[in-house]
Design a protein around this ligand. Structure first.
Ligand SMILES: *Cc1c(COP(=O)(O)O)cnc(C)c1O
Length: 410
């Protein structure tokens, strides 16, 4: 008789986990009020400007510039620090495509560096080794909401005169040594896309403590305008990347719940780690002491097939899903193995410095392992549940481990 739900037995859990987005009548009212105000753009209304101030304050940064999405936020953040064709930007290979695409779309060259398997964040030792005379920027990703090692990275950046552009798209509320991420490096980008821990379906924001960079980024987001220039004065080449007032209103309304949600995800994440670490073959990512708040956009753990009778990651994930626990195998490819890089399908962003690079020849072992065999994600909304909900996750994984022979046979 089977014991595992994937083979037809009763699942550990049959009721759903919290879903995303969370929304209320107040959210609807905030958007509706904005529509009825007739002020839909940020030149007339104050919602977007208020959001810029409030979100920057939430992350303890001085300036915020709201834009259309996270990709644009990163693109403009990179352009603000002043890149010229052929400049190199160091990025992790285990991340969303936008981290590297925005480097290319800023006319620079992405240099892929491996991750630390304990945190799945960029490995500072390997960052240092990847520096060349062309390196201009280090672009760490606070992957899954866990701050990258900003102490080490800032030290490296200072010694080599590099800028740090933080990809904080997954890190709303994350803190390193008590400081909100996004204002620790020179400039950063966050995403408000539908899956993110604060969202308006789409949207993004640039944060910085640097007055000059804030001025450039603000101009780049708004047709090259200048704060003290003419309305129809355009002082640099730039597009229009402004956020609407309806998005601003929805984000402000959701921000009233952000702190409480951040605390809950952080606490449930730490609790899960404590419990799951006891199961052989399951290694949750480690939160270093300095990362005093993990945003937990994803709950991430490493899976060791050896401890599960050799069962592949994808089959384990199927078994976990069958037990009623929503899990995902995460990014399936290192960025350098994405077709866009293998085929150098860079369109108008193709440049001389890219011709010599053979992205297909790269092989970063920890990123490869994370994609193919080890990394498993659970989405942030699951962590908005109660402790008993976390216990179901632990029970399901422990059950699969206990019945690993059945899984391997099936
Ligand atoms: C979501 C995300 C982005 C891009 O944000 P969008 O709003 O979807 O454009 C960039 N980097 C990382 C790591 C992300 O997760």
């Amino acid at each position: 008789m089977p014991h595992l739900a994937i083979n037809g037995a009763t699942p550990v859990r049959t009721i759903p986990f919290p879903t995303w987005p969370v929304y209320t009548e107040e959210d609807a009212q905030a958007v509706s009020d904005t529509i009825l105000s007739g002020k839909w753009g940020n030149s007339k209304g104050d919602r977007v400007h208020t959001l810029e101030d409030q979100f920057a304050a939430f992350q303890q940064a001085k300036h915020g510039i709201a834009v259309t999405n996270g990709t644009t936020a990163l693109n403009l953040a990179l352009q603000s620090v002043g890149l010229t064709p052929g400049d190199e930007v160091i990025v992790p290979a285990y991340t969303f495509i936008a981290t590297a695409n925005t480097v290319l779309m800023s006319n620079a060259v992405p240099v892929f560096v491996d991750i630390d398997p304990d945190t799945y964040n960029i490995n500072p030792d390997l960052v240092e080794q990847a520096i060349t005379p062309r390196t201009r920027v280090i672009m760490p990703v606070h992957f899954a909401g866990l701050p990258a090692d900003m102490e080490r990275l800032k030290d490296i950046a200072q010694r080599h005169h590099l800028a740090i552009v933080e990809d904080a798209a997954q890190a709303h509320g994350a803190q390193w040594n008590g400081m909100g991420v996004g204002g620790i490096g020179d400039i950063s980008g966050f995403s408000f896309q539908a899956s993110k821990n604060l969202n308006a379906g789409e949207g993004g924001i640039i944060l910085t403590d640097n007055d000059e960079l804030a001025g450039i980024a603000g101009s780049l987001a708004d047709c090259g305008r200048s704060d003290d220039g003419l309305w129809y004065g355009h002082y640099r080449l730039a597009g229009n990347h402004r956020m609407t007032e309806m998005q601003g209103a929805l984000l402000l309304s959701q921000m009233t719940r952000l702190e409480e949600q951040c605390k809950r995800r952080h606490e449930n994440g730490d609790y899960l780690t404590e419990q799951l670490s006891r199961i052989a073959g399951i290694s949750p990512t480690i939160r270093p002491g300095q990362a005093n708040r993990h945003a937990r956009h994803l709950y991430v753990f490493r899976y060791k097939a050896d401890a599960f009778g050799g069962t592949s990651k994808s089959k384990f994930v199927d078994a976990l899903n069958a037990e009623g626990i929503p899990a995902s195998p995460g990014y399936s490819l290192p960025l350098y193995k994405q077709p866009v890089f293998l085929e150098k399908n860079f369109g108008v962003y193709m440049q001389e410095a890219l011709r010599e690079i053979d992205f297909g020849a790269l092989n970063l072992p920890e990123t490869e392992k994370a994609c193919a065999d080890e990394a498993i994600w659970i989405s942030q909304s699951v962590l908005l549940g109660e402790k008993e909900d976390m216990d179901d996750i632990v029970r399901a994984i422990a059950k699969i481990r206990e019945r690993r022979q059945e899984l391997a046979r099936g």
